[in-house]
Design a binder for this molecule. Sequence first.
Ligand code: EPS
Length: 382
Amino acid sequence: MIRYFTAGETHGKCLTVIIEGVPSGVSISLDKINASLAERQKGHGRGGRMLIEKDTAEILSGVRGGMSLGSPIAIRIENRDWKNWEDIMGTEESNGKKRVEFPRPGHADLTGGMKYNHRDLRNVLERASARETAARVAVGALAKQIVEPFGIEFKSRVVSIGDVTDPSDVSSPGFYDRVMDSPVRFGDEEAAKQAMEYIDKVKASGESCGGIVEVRSFGVPAGLGSYVQYDRKLDARLAFAAMSVQAIKGVEIGLGFEAARLSGSHAHDEIFYENGEFVRKTNNAGGIEGGMSNGEPIILRAAMKPIPTQYNPLRTVSIDDKRPHEASVERSDTCAVPACAIVVEAVTAFEIANAFLEKFGGDCLDDIKASYEAYMDRIKHF
Ligand code: EPS
């Protein structure tokens, strides 16, 4: 089993993450981690911060000569913006300027202040910020490399931004290549244009917007997760991971909420046996039945709310005199939905890699391969 902890404030010196439990013998490419970090920075509607940062991972431990050692892997991502915030975010007593008094509705500011007894809400927002997701993308990029030798891969896209939906057929040839080239991660160029116009309009009115992202996991063998205990269910673990991403308010797998409106014959995927294997001709379950992967692609969608910072601020009150006031304005993004797709892809990859290691786990990649091959051979003859 792998686990990780992130640390770091949005305007602090850097983000740090320690990943524990990565088996030895996994080929680790720093370029792949950095490519994912670069993807997270992209997208129409991002704010000024992304012009300052050039997120780059530095591996501090646990990897030697391009190979994991089995020991904890520590990664550091520098905050370039730190040089502008040293006197505000520094650890010395003389630092600590730029106090925040007016909590933003929708952000962690007010409740976080109450909970940790912070009279300066900056102490809350600095850690609650979605900047932390850069560290999680690095973890996800590493997790992908654990399962890559087994043919497992992950693809993400944006389903909709505000009220603009991508009408594309996901299975059409070259779909994900078009997504990679799109500033909103849509497959359809015309819809992408409409989404960008929508983002520009929202920005002009001083507001922000959300959307829906989708992650598909391909090549996941049947049998990851389990039906025997609540906390071993793969869908539950994926939902937890997606829900833990900043600004996510809903998660669905397969047909999700739509399944509640259908009768059983329309909701479930019938089973056939063809050419020596079990097959399903539909994937309404989104690749998970009974809390276990069933061998079909795993399809997860997550709904992101509009980012709480509004340049046209919402009403709030001062935590000092309790009088009405406009919410504080922190530099922010109008739309971070394309970036969110990359983050949800990363946390999905982590959960799948974790469930994979739970099933086939060993200390080194060779042991895992032996266990995987024996299992795949056995279920082939089921
Ligand atoms: C983010 C960095 C942040 C925000 C954003 C995500 O940097 P700054 O506050 O300096 O602009 O742009 O976070 C939020 C919008 C939020 O509400 O938490 C990043 O690196 O993704």
